[in-house]
Design a protein around this ligand. Structure first.
Ligand code: TEU
Ligand code: CA
Length: 536
Protein backbone atom coordinates (compact mmCIF):
# COMPACT_ATOMS: atom_id res chain seq x y z
CA UNK A 1 0.00 0.00 0.00
CA UNK A 2 1.43 3.35 -1.00
CA UNK A 3 0.17 5.22 2.08
CA UNK A 4 2.84 7.85 1.59
CA UNK A 5 1.13 9.16 -1.53
CA UNK A 6 -1.74 10.41 0.60
CA UNK A 7 0.25 11.55 3.60
CA UNK A 8 1.72 14.79 4.79
CA UNK A 9 5.09 14.00 6.39
CA UNK A 10 6.53 16.14 9.16
CA UNK A 11 10.23 16.39 9.91
CA UNK A 12 11.26 16.72 13.55
CA UNK A 13 14.70 17.93 14.55
CA UNK A 14 14.52 16.33 17.99
CA UNK A 15 17.14 18.51 19.62
CA UNK A 16 15.04 21.61 18.98
CA UNK A 17 11.46 20.38 19.15
CA UNK A 18 10.47 20.10 22.82
CA UNK A 19 12.54 19.70 25.95
CA UNK A 20 10.75 17.76 28.69
CA UNK A 21 13.28 17.80 31.53
CA UNK A 22 14.79 21.28 31.56
CA UNK A 23 18.26 20.38 30.31
CA UNK A 24 17.79 22.63 27.29
CA UNK A 25 17.81 19.75 24.80
CA UNK A 26 14.72 18.51 23.02
CA UNK A 27 13.92 14.85 23.67
CA UNK A 28 11.63 11.92 22.92
CA UNK A 29 9.23 12.49 25.87
CA UNK A 30 8.96 16.05 24.55
CA UNK A 31 7.89 14.75 21.15
CA UNK A 32 5.31 12.50 22.80
CA UNK A 33 3.88 15.53 24.63
CA UNK A 34 3.41 17.29 21.32
CA UNK A 35 1.85 14.52 19.26
CA UNK A 36 -1.56 16.14 19.54
CA UNK A 37 -0.22 19.17 17.69
CA UNK A 38 0.89 16.94 14.84
CA UNK A 39 -2.36 15.03 14.77
CA UNK A 40 -4.32 18.26 14.58
CA UNK A 41 -2.21 19.35 11.64
CA UNK A 42 -3.14 16.15 9.84
CA UNK A 43 0.31 14.61 9.77
CA UNK A 44 0.49 11.00 8.48
CA UNK A 45 4.09 10.33 9.44
CA UNK A 46 6.95 11.94 11.29
CA UNK A 47 10.57 11.68 10.25
CA UNK A 48 12.98 12.05 13.14
CA UNK A 49 16.42 13.44 12.44
CA UNK A 50 18.88 11.01 14.09
CA UNK A 51 18.21 10.01 17.69
CA UNK A 52 20.86 7.28 17.91
CA UNK A 53 23.81 7.37 20.26
CA UNK A 54 26.23 9.98 18.94
CA UNK A 55 28.96 12.29 20.16
CA UNK A 56 27.10 15.03 18.27
CA UNK A 57 29.88 16.40 16.12
CA UNK A 58 27.14 16.82 13.49
CA UNK A 59 24.12 16.63 15.81
CA UNK A 60 23.46 12.94 15.40
CA UNK A 61 24.52 12.50 11.78
CA UNK A 62 27.63 10.94 13.33
CA UNK A 63 26.30 7.72 14.83
CA UNK A 64 28.31 5.77 17.40
CA UNK A 65 25.69 3.06 18.02
CA UNK A 66 22.82 2.30 15.65
CA UNK A 67 20.96 0.27 18.27
CA UNK A 68 20.91 2.77 21.08
CA UNK A 69 19.07 5.98 21.74
CA UNK A 70 21.18 9.03 22.54
CA UNK A 71 20.73 9.37 26.34
CA UNK A 72 20.17 13.12 25.87
CA UNK A 73 17.00 12.21 24.00
CA UNK A 74 15.76 9.49 26.36
CA UNK A 75 15.71 5.71 26.45
CA UNK A 76 14.75 2.85 24.16
CA UNK A 77 11.52 2.61 26.19
CA UNK A 78 10.78 6.25 25.29
CA UNK A 79 11.31 5.42 21.63
CA UNK A 80 8.97 2.43 21.84
CA UNK A 81 6.44 4.59 23.65
CA UNK A 82 6.72 7.22 20.92
CA UNK A 83 6.09 4.64 18.19
CA UNK A 84 3.07 3.31 20.10
CA UNK A 85 1.60 6.73 20.97
CA UNK A 86 2.09 8.01 17.44
CA UNK A 87 0.52 4.83 16.07
CA UNK A 88 -2.56 5.40 18.20
CA UNK A 89 -2.96 8.74 16.47
CA UNK A 90 -2.51 7.26 13.02
CA UNK A 91 1.00 8.68 12.72
CA UNK A 92 3.83 6.52 11.40
CA UNK A 93 7.41 6.99 12.54
CA UNK A 94 10.32 7.22 10.11
CA UNK A 95 13.91 7.19 11.26
CA UNK A 96 16.93 8.83 9.71
CA UNK A 97 19.25 6.20 8.31
CA UNK A 98 22.80 7.48 8.13
CA UNK A 99 24.83 4.73 6.50
CA UNK A 100 27.35 6.55 4.32
CA UNK A 101 29.47 7.11 7.41
CA UNK A 102 29.62 6.49 11.14
CA UNK A 103 31.15 8.43 13.94
CA UNK A 104 34.81 7.65 14.58
CA UNK A 105 33.58 6.79 18.09
CA UNK A 106 31.67 3.79 16.72
CA UNK A 107 33.26 0.53 17.88
CA UNK A 108 33.46 -0.56 14.23
CA UNK A 109 35.79 2.33 13.58
CA UNK A 110 37.75 1.94 16.79
CA UNK A 111 38.25 -1.77 15.98
CA UNK A 112 39.09 -0.91 12.39
CA UNK A 113 42.24 0.85 13.56
CA UNK A 114 43.69 -2.60 14.13
CA UNK A 115 44.50 -4.18 10.75
CA UNK A 116 44.04 -7.67 12.13
CA UNK A 117 40.53 -7.04 13.47
CA UNK A 118 37.42 -8.37 11.68
CA UNK A 119 36.47 -4.70 11.22
CA UNK A 120 39.73 -3.81 9.47
CA UNK A 121 38.04 -3.24 6.10
CA UNK A 122 34.87 -1.52 7.30
CA UNK A 123 36.17 1.93 6.32
CA UNK A 124 37.98 3.49 3.38
CA UNK A 125 41.61 3.29 4.49
CA UNK A 126 44.53 4.30 2.32
CA UNK A 127 48.31 4.70 2.69
CA UNK A 128 48.54 8.02 1.04
CA UNK A 129 50.52 8.96 -2.02
CA UNK A 130 54.32 8.99 -2.15
CA UNK A 131 56.03 11.99 -0.63
CA UNK A 132 53.69 12.08 2.34
CA UNK A 133 50.81 13.33 0.27
CA UNK A 134 47.13 12.60 0.88
CA UNK A 135 45.70 9.55 -0.92
CA UNK A 136 43.95 11.77 -3.48
CA UNK A 137 42.83 15.32 -4.22
CA UNK A 138 39.19 14.99 -3.21
CA UNK A 139 37.50 17.74 -1.23
CA UNK A 140 34.67 17.29 1.26
CA UNK A 141 31.14 18.58 1.74
CA UNK A 142 32.05 20.76 4.68
CA UNK A 143 35.01 22.29 2.86
CA UNK A 144 38.70 21.31 2.81
CA UNK A 145 40.24 17.91 2.10
CA UNK A 146 38.57 14.70 3.19
CA UNK A 147 41.38 12.54 4.54
CA UNK A 148 42.54 12.19 8.10
CA UNK A 149 45.64 10.39 9.24
CA UNK A 150 45.15 7.83 11.98
CA UNK A 151 48.38 7.43 13.97
CA UNK A 152 47.36 4.03 15.33
CA UNK A 153 46.78 2.38 11.97
CA UNK A 154 49.29 4.63 10.24
CA UNK A 155 46.88 5.18 7.38
CA UNK A 156 44.43 7.79 6.22
CA UNK A 157 40.66 7.30 6.33
CA UNK A 158 38.15 8.96 4.05
CA UNK A 159 35.55 11.36 5.43
CA UNK A 160 33.34 13.15 2.91
CA UNK A 161 31.80 15.12 5.78
CA UNK A 162 33.30 16.12 9.15
CA UNK A 163 36.58 14.60 10.33
CA UNK A 164 34.76 12.43 12.85
CA UNK A 165 32.35 11.06 10.20
CA UNK A 166 34.31 8.21 8.58
CA UNK A 167 32.93 6.80 5.32
CA UNK A 168 31.99 3.13 5.40
CA UNK A 169 33.55 0.81 2.84
CA UNK A 170 30.82 -1.06 0.95
CA UNK A 171 33.40 -3.17 -0.86
CA UNK A 172 33.55 -5.10 2.38
CA UNK A 173 30.46 -7.36 2.23
CA UNK A 174 30.12 -7.48 6.02
CA UNK A 175 29.24 -3.77 6.07
CA UNK A 176 26.08 -4.27 4.05
CA UNK A 177 25.12 -7.21 6.27
CA UNK A 178 25.53 -5.01 9.33
CA UNK A 179 23.32 -2.36 7.77
CA UNK A 180 20.64 -4.93 6.93
CA UNK A 181 20.64 -6.00 10.58
CA UNK A 182 20.22 -2.41 11.67
CA UNK A 183 17.21 -2.08 9.36
CA UNK A 184 15.65 -5.24 10.77
CA UNK A 185 16.27 -4.08 14.32
CA UNK A 186 14.24 -0.90 13.83
CA UNK A 187 11.61 -2.31 11.51
CA UNK A 188 10.87 -4.99 14.10
CA UNK A 189 10.21 -2.19 16.58
CA UNK A 190 7.49 -0.85 14.35
CA UNK A 191 9.28 1.91 12.48
CA UNK A 192 7.51 2.49 9.14
CA UNK A 193 10.59 3.30 7.11
CA UNK A 194 13.58 5.57 6.70
CA UNK A 195 14.84 8.82 5.34
CA UNK A 196 18.21 7.79 3.97
CA UNK A 197 21.01 10.29 4.41
CA UNK A 198 23.20 11.14 1.37
CA UNK A 199 22.21 7.82 -0.08
CA UNK A 200 23.68 8.25 -3.55
CA UNK A 201 27.26 8.47 -2.26
CA UNK A 202 27.62 5.00 -0.76
CA UNK A 203 29.69 3.32 -3.45
CA UNK A 204 33.16 4.71 -4.11
CA UNK A 205 34.07 3.50 -7.57
CA UNK A 206 37.74 4.27 -7.12
CA UNK A 207 39.93 6.44 -4.95
CA UNK A 208 41.74 8.04 -7.87
CA UNK A 209 42.25 11.78 -8.18
CA UNK A 210 39.22 13.68 -9.37
CA UNK A 211 38.86 16.35 -12.02
CA UNK A 212 39.52 19.69 -10.32
CA UNK A 213 36.26 21.44 -9.53
CA UNK A 214 35.53 24.60 -7.56
CA UNK A 215 33.79 22.38 -5.00
CA UNK A 216 33.76 18.65 -4.34
CA UNK A 217 36.67 17.52 -6.44
CA UNK A 218 36.34 13.74 -6.76
CA UNK A 219 32.55 13.72 -7.00
CA UNK A 220 32.53 11.78 -10.27
CA UNK A 221 34.06 8.79 -8.48
CA UNK A 222 31.20 8.29 -6.04
CA UNK A 223 28.09 10.12 -7.23
CA UNK A 224 25.21 7.70 -7.97
CA UNK A 225 27.46 4.87 -9.14
CA UNK A 226 26.11 1.49 -10.18
CA UNK A 227 27.42 -0.04 -6.94
CA UNK A 228 25.06 2.23 -5.01
CA UNK A 229 22.09 1.04 -7.05
CA UNK A 230 23.08 -2.56 -6.26
CA UNK A 231 23.20 -1.81 -2.56
CA UNK A 232 19.80 -0.15 -2.66
CA UNK A 233 18.24 -3.14 -4.40
CA UNK A 234 19.63 -5.41 -1.72
CA UNK A 235 18.32 -3.21 1.06
CA UNK A 236 14.95 -3.13 -0.65
CA UNK A 237 14.58 -6.84 -0.08
CA UNK A 238 14.84 -6.34 3.67
CA UNK A 239 12.49 -3.37 3.55
CA UNK A 240 9.97 -5.40 1.59
CA UNK A 241 9.79 -7.98 4.37
CA UNK A 242 8.17 -5.22 6.42
CA UNK A 243 6.47 -3.19 3.72
CA UNK A 244 8.67 -0.27 4.69
CA UNK A 245 8.96 3.11 2.98
CA UNK A 246 12.13 5.00 2.06
CA UNK A 247 12.92 8.48 0.92
CA UNK A 248 16.55 9.03 0.00
CA UNK A 249 18.42 12.28 0.15
CA UNK A 250 20.25 12.38 -3.17
CA UNK A 251 22.75 15.14 -3.74
CA UNK A 252 23.45 16.68 -7.16
CA UNK A 253 20.90 14.56 -9.00
CA UNK A 254 19.16 15.43 -12.24
CA UNK A 255 15.62 14.17 -12.85
CA UNK A 256 17.04 11.26 -14.87
CA UNK A 257 19.35 10.26 -12.02
CA UNK A 258 16.46 10.54 -9.57
CA UNK A 259 14.33 8.27 -11.76
CA UNK A 260 17.05 5.64 -11.55
CA UNK A 261 16.84 5.82 -7.77
CA UNK A 262 13.08 5.85 -7.29
CA UNK A 263 11.43 4.61 -10.49
CA UNK A 264 8.78 2.06 -9.49
CA UNK A 265 10.34 -0.69 -11.59
CA UNK A 266 13.80 -0.10 -10.15
CA UNK A 267 12.92 -1.51 -6.69
CA UNK A 268 15.31 0.85 -4.94
CA UNK A 269 13.87 3.87 -3.09
CA UNK A 270 10.29 5.10 -2.96
CA UNK A 271 11.12 8.79 -3.13
CA UNK A 272 14.06 11.10 -3.63
CA UNK A 273 14.87 14.44 -2.05
CA UNK A 274 16.57 16.42 -4.79
CA UNK A 275 18.29 19.78 -4.51
CA UNK A 276 17.96 21.66 -7.80
CA UNK A 277 15.10 23.89 -6.63
CA UNK A 278 17.16 24.76 -3.57
CA UNK A 279 20.08 25.84 -5.73
CA UNK A 280 18.21 28.53 -7.66
CA UNK A 281 19.52 31.26 -5.39
CA UNK A 282 23.14 30.14 -5.17
CA UNK A 283 26.29 30.62 -7.18
CA UNK A 284 28.35 27.41 -7.42
CA UNK A 285 28.18 26.65 -3.70
CA UNK A 286 25.44 27.07 -1.14
CA UNK A 287 27.49 29.62 0.78
CA UNK A 288 27.39 32.11 -2.08
CA UNK A 289 23.90 33.42 -2.49
CA UNK A 290 22.44 35.51 -5.27
CA UNK A 291 19.11 37.25 -5.46
CA UNK A 292 16.24 34.81 -5.62
CA UNK A 293 14.63 34.85 -9.06
CA UNK A 294 11.21 33.22 -8.95
CA UNK A 295 11.22 32.33 -12.65
CA UNK A 296 14.22 30.01 -12.34
CA UNK A 297 12.58 28.39 -9.32
CA UNK A 298 9.25 27.84 -11.15
CA UNK A 299 11.00 26.40 -14.20
CA UNK A 300 12.90 23.99 -12.01
CA UNK A 301 9.75 22.86 -10.20
CA UNK A 302 7.94 22.38 -13.50
CA UNK A 303 10.81 20.29 -14.87
CA UNK A 304 10.74 17.99 -11.84
CA UNK A 305 6.94 17.77 -11.85
CA UNK A 306 7.03 16.71 -15.47
CA UNK A 307 9.98 14.38 -15.37
CA UNK A 308 9.16 12.45 -12.22
CA UNK A 309 5.93 10.63 -11.61
CA UNK A 310 6.02 11.48 -7.92
CA UNK A 311 8.18 14.04 -6.13
CA UNK A 312 9.27 14.42 -2.53
CA UNK A 313 8.18 18.04 -2.04
CA UNK A 314 10.01 20.29 0.41
CA UNK A 315 10.94 23.90 0.93
CA UNK A 316 12.72 23.54 4.25
CA UNK A 317 14.73 21.09 6.29
CA UNK A 318 17.44 21.15 8.95
CA UNK A 319 20.15 21.97 6.38
CA UNK A 320 18.50 24.96 4.72
CA UNK A 321 17.68 28.49 5.83
CA UNK A 322 13.99 29.17 6.45
CA UNK A 323 11.76 29.57 3.40
CA UNK A 324 9.91 32.84 4.12
CA UNK A 325 13.00 35.10 4.11
CA UNK A 326 14.40 33.07 1.22
CA UNK A 327 11.58 32.54 -1.27
CA UNK A 328 8.95 34.81 0.28
CA UNK A 329 9.09 38.16 2.03
CA UNK A 330 9.43 39.04 5.70
CA UNK A 331 7.52 42.24 4.99
CA UNK A 332 4.60 40.13 3.78
CA UNK A 333 5.38 37.46 6.35
CA UNK A 334 1.89 36.08 6.72
CA UNK A 335 0.86 36.31 3.06
CA UNK A 336 4.06 34.81 1.73
CA UNK A 337 4.09 32.13 4.45
CA UNK A 338 0.64 31.06 3.32
CA UNK A 339 1.63 31.26 -0.33
CA UNK A 340 4.58 28.91 0.25
CA UNK A 341 2.26 26.57 2.16
CA UNK A 342 -0.06 26.57 -0.83
CA UNK A 343 2.78 25.70 -3.18
CA UNK A 344 3.98 22.84 -0.97
CA UNK A 345 0.54 21.33 -0.52
CA UNK A 346 -0.74 21.56 -4.07
CA UNK A 347 2.12 20.23 -6.18
CA UNK A 348 2.08 16.58 -7.22
CA UNK A 349 4.01 14.45 -4.74
CA UNK A 350 4.39 13.86 -1.04
CA UNK A 351 4.78 17.10 0.93
CA UNK A 352 7.39 17.21 3.71
CA UNK A 353 6.91 19.91 6.28
CA UNK A 354 9.81 20.91 8.53
CA UNK A 355 9.13 21.78 12.16
CA UNK A 356 8.33 25.47 12.63
CA UNK A 357 7.39 25.95 8.99
CA UNK A 358 3.73 25.58 9.97
CA UNK A 359 3.95 28.71 12.12
CA UNK A 360 6.17 30.67 9.72
CA UNK A 361 9.37 30.57 11.75
CA UNK A 362 12.13 32.65 10.17
CA UNK A 363 15.94 32.63 10.34
CA UNK A 364 17.80 33.12 13.63
CA UNK A 365 18.45 36.60 14.98
CA UNK A 366 21.97 35.87 16.21
CA UNK A 367 24.50 38.64 15.79
CA UNK A 368 27.82 36.84 16.34
CA UNK A 369 29.71 33.90 14.95
CA UNK A 370 30.15 32.49 18.39
CA UNK A 371 26.40 31.93 18.76
CA UNK A 372 26.57 29.34 15.99
CA UNK A 373 26.76 25.62 16.69
CA UNK A 374 26.75 23.99 13.25
CA UNK A 375 29.91 22.10 12.33
CA UNK A 376 29.53 23.11 8.68
CA UNK A 377 29.35 26.82 9.56
CA UNK A 378 32.42 26.49 11.76
CA UNK A 379 34.40 24.74 9.05
CA UNK A 380 33.41 27.31 6.46
CA UNK A 381 34.37 30.09 8.85
CA UNK A 382 37.80 28.51 9.31
CA UNK A 383 38.30 28.34 5.55
CA UNK A 384 37.19 31.93 5.05
CA UNK A 385 39.61 33.04 7.78
CA UNK A 386 42.40 31.21 6.03
CA UNK A 387 41.66 33.37 2.98
CA UNK A 388 41.70 36.46 5.21
CA UNK A 389 38.05 37.24 4.60
CA UNK A 390 37.18 40.04 7.06
CA UNK A 391 34.86 39.21 9.95
CA UNK A 392 32.01 41.38 8.67
CA UNK A 393 31.92 39.58 5.35
CA UNK A 394 32.27 36.17 7.02
CA UNK A 395 29.28 36.99 9.13
CA UNK A 396 27.30 38.13 6.11
CA UNK A 397 27.97 34.85 4.35
CA UNK A 398 27.33 32.61 7.34
CA UNK A 399 24.31 34.39 8.78
CA UNK A 400 22.44 33.88 5.53
CA UNK A 401 23.45 30.30 4.90
CA UNK A 402 24.13 28.68 8.27
CA UNK A 403 22.12 25.55 8.91
CA UNK A 404 21.46 26.89 12.42
CA UNK A 405 18.89 29.19 10.81
CA UNK A 406 16.49 26.27 10.76
CA UNK A 407 17.68 24.70 14.00
CA UNK A 408 16.60 27.24 16.61
CA UNK A 409 14.07 25.79 19.07
CA UNK A 410 10.41 25.48 18.17
CA UNK A 411 8.38 28.47 19.30
CA UNK A 412 5.46 26.98 21.19
CA UNK A 413 4.38 30.14 23.00
CA UNK A 414 5.43 33.70 23.76
CA UNK A 415 6.78 32.86 27.22
CA UNK A 416 10.42 32.53 28.28
CA UNK A 417 12.39 30.38 25.81
CA UNK A 418 9.27 30.11 23.67
CA UNK A 419 7.95 27.22 25.77
CA UNK A 420 10.74 25.01 24.42
CA UNK A 421 12.56 24.50 27.71
CA UNK A 422 12.49 25.49 31.36
CA UNK A 423 16.29 25.63 31.27
CA UNK A 424 18.95 27.10 29.01
CA UNK A 425 18.39 26.03 25.40
CA UNK A 426 21.30 24.37 23.57
CA UNK A 427 20.82 26.90 20.74
CA UNK A 428 19.27 30.34 21.22
CA UNK A 429 15.51 30.79 20.86
CA UNK A 430 14.62 33.53 18.40
CA UNK A 431 13.59 36.75 20.18
CA UNK A 432 10.63 37.03 17.86
CA UNK A 433 8.89 34.19 19.73
CA UNK A 434 6.51 36.72 21.30
CA UNK A 435 5.27 37.51 17.78
CA UNK A 436 5.67 34.11 16.09
CA UNK A 437 4.44 31.20 18.19
CA UNK A 438 1.97 28.35 18.05
CA UNK A 439 -0.18 29.33 21.07
CA UNK A 440 -1.18 32.63 19.43
CA UNK A 441 -1.68 31.09 16.01
CA UNK A 442 -3.93 28.35 17.35
CA UNK A 443 -6.35 31.00 18.56
CA UNK A 444 -6.28 32.87 15.27
CA UNK A 445 -8.29 31.43 12.36
CA UNK A 446 -6.32 33.70 10.01
CA UNK A 447 -2.85 32.47 11.10
CA UNK A 448 -0.28 30.59 9.02
CA UNK A 449 -0.86 27.56 11.27
CA UNK A 450 -4.62 27.66 10.60
CA UNK A 451 -3.90 27.95 6.89
CA UNK A 452 -1.66 24.86 6.92
CA UNK A 453 -4.29 22.91 8.84
CA UNK A 454 -7.00 23.99 6.44
CA UNK A 455 -4.95 23.21 3.32
CA UNK A 456 -3.91 19.82 4.67
CA UNK A 457 -7.60 19.04 5.12
CA UNK A 458 -8.43 20.35 1.65
CA UNK A 459 -5.75 18.12 0.21
CA UNK A 460 -7.19 15.10 2.00
CA UNK A 461 -10.58 16.06 0.70
CA UNK A 462 -9.76 16.67 -2.96
CA UNK A 463 -8.31 13.73 -4.82
CA UNK A 464 -7.22 16.03 -7.66
CA UNK A 465 -4.83 17.83 -5.29
CA UNK A 466 -3.21 14.55 -4.35
CA UNK A 467 -3.38 12.33 -7.40
CA UNK A 468 -4.28 14.72 -10.19
CA UNK A 469 -1.95 15.32 -13.11
CA UNK A 470 0.17 18.46 -13.11
CA UNK A 471 -0.37 20.93 -15.95
CA UNK A 472 1.77 24.08 -15.96
CA UNK A 473 -0.16 27.21 -16.99
CA UNK A 474 2.18 30.10 -16.31
CA UNK A 475 5.73 30.48 -15.00
CA UNK A 476 6.72 34.10 -15.38
CA UNK A 477 8.94 36.54 -13.51
CA UNK A 478 6.34 36.83 -10.78
CA UNK A 479 3.37 34.49 -11.22
CA UNK A 480 3.32 30.72 -11.05
CA UNK A 481 0.10 28.97 -12.07
CA UNK A 482 -0.74 25.32 -12.66
CA UNK A 483 -3.67 22.99 -12.81
CA UNK A 484 -4.25 19.68 -11.05
CA UNK A 485 -6.67 17.46 -12.89
CA UNK A 486 -8.33 14.18 -12.07
CA UNK A 487 -11.38 12.73 -13.76
CA UNK A 488 -13.20 15.98 -14.37
CA UNK A 489 -12.03 17.58 -11.13
CA UNK A 490 -9.90 20.55 -12.18
CA UNK A 491 -8.22 22.80 -9.67
CA UNK A 492 -6.09 25.78 -10.62
CA UNK A 493 -3.45 27.24 -8.32
CA UNK A 494 -2.25 30.80 -8.92
CA UNK A 495 0.64 32.21 -6.88
CA UNK A 496 1.96 35.76 -6.94
CA UNK A 497 5.60 35.64 -5.83
CA UNK A 498 5.92 39.39 -5.45
CA UNK A 499 5.16 42.40 -3.28
CA UNK A 500 3.55 43.97 -6.36
CA UNK A 501 0.01 43.18 -7.48
CA UNK A 502 -0.49 41.07 -10.58
CA UNK A 503 -3.20 40.45 -13.07
CA UNK A 504 -3.80 37.05 -14.65
CA UNK A 505 -6.21 35.46 -17.10
CA UNK A 506 -6.97 32.35 -15.05
CA UNK A 507 -10.53 32.12 -13.80
CA UNK A 508 -12.71 29.78 -11.83
CA UNK A 509 -14.77 29.47 -8.70
CA UNK A 510 -12.77 30.56 -5.69
CA UNK A 511 -11.86 27.72 -3.37
CA UNK A 512 -9.24 29.48 -1.22
CA UNK A 513 -7.36 32.76 -1.10
CA UNK A 514 -4.96 34.08 1.52
CA UNK A 515 -6.79 37.42 1.15
CA UNK A 516 -10.36 38.01 2.31
CA UNK A 517 -12.36 37.92 -0.91
CA UNK A 518 -15.61 36.54 -2.32
CA UNK A 519 -14.78 35.75 -5.95
CA UNK A 520 -11.76 36.00 -8.24
CA UNK A 521 -11.52 38.55 -11.06
CA UNK A 522 -7.90 37.92 -12.07
CA UNK A 523 -6.38 40.58 -9.80
CA UNK A 524 -3.85 39.29 -7.27
CA UNK A 525 -2.64 41.24 -4.25
CA UNK A 526 1.01 41.11 -3.07
CA UNK A 527 1.97 37.49 -2.32
CA UNK A 528 -1.56 36.36 -2.93
CA UNK A 529 -2.26 32.66 -3.44
CA UNK A 530 -5.57 31.47 -4.83
CA UNK A 531 -6.99 28.03 -5.51
CA UNK A 532 -9.74 27.96 -8.12
CA UNK A 533 -12.01 25.26 -9.35
CA UNK A 534 -13.31 24.95 -12.87
CA UNK A 535 -17.04 25.53 -12.91
CA UNK A 536 -19.00 22.79 -14.59
O1 TEU B 1 23.23 16.34 4.26
C1 TEU B 1 24.00 16.08 3.17
C2 TEU B 1 24.13 17.17 2.23
O2 TEU B 1 23.77 17.04 1.12
C3 TEU B 1 24.87 18.36 2.56
O3 TEU B 1 25.19 18.95 1.34
C4 TEU B 1 24.07 19.28 3.35
O4 TEU B 1 23.15 19.91 2.52
C5 TEU B 1 24.97 20.23 4.03
O5 TEU B 1 24.29 21.38 4.31
C6 TEU B 1 26.21 20.54 3.23
O6 TEU B 1 26.11 21.65 2.43
C7 TEU B 1 23.01 15.27 5.11
C8 TEU B 1 22.30 15.73 6.36
O7 TEU B 1 21.02 16.21 6.01
C9 TEU B 1 23.16 16.74 7.06
O8 TEU B 1 22.51 17.30 8.17
C10 TEU B 1 24.43 16.05 7.48
O9 TEU B 1 25.31 16.99 8.02
C11 TEU B 1 25.11 15.35 6.31
O10 TEU B 1 24.20 14.61 5.50
C12 TEU B 1 26.12 14.37 6.81
O11 TEU B 1 25.50 13.29 7.40
CA1 CA C 1 15.78 17.28 27.49
Amino acid sequence: MEWWKDALIYQIYPRSFQDSNGDGIGDLPGIIQRLDHLQELGVGAIWLSPVYRSPNADNGYDISDYREINPEYGTMEDMEELIAQAGRRGIRVLMDLVINHTSTDHYWFRSSRDRTSPYADYYCWSHGAPGGRLPNNWTGFFGGDCWEFDPERCEYYLHLFARSQADLNYRCPAVLEEVKDVLRFWLAKGVAGFRCDVINLLWKESLEDGRRRPVLTGLEHYLSREGTHDILRQLRQVLDEYGAFTVGEAVFVTPAMARDLCGRDRRELDLVFSFQHMECDQILVKWLKRRFRPKAFFDCLVRWQQELDWNALYLENHDQPRSIPRFGSERYWKESGKLLATLLLTLRGTPFLYQGQEIGMVNFDFTRLRQLNDVESKNVDKILRRFHVPQKLRWRILSRTSRDNARTPFQWDGGPQGGFTGGRPWLGVNHNCAAINLADQEKDPDSIWSWYKDLAALRRDRAALRHGSFVPLEAGAQVFAYRRELEGERMTVVLNFSGKPASVSHRGALVRSNYPREGFDGQLGPWEAVILEEET
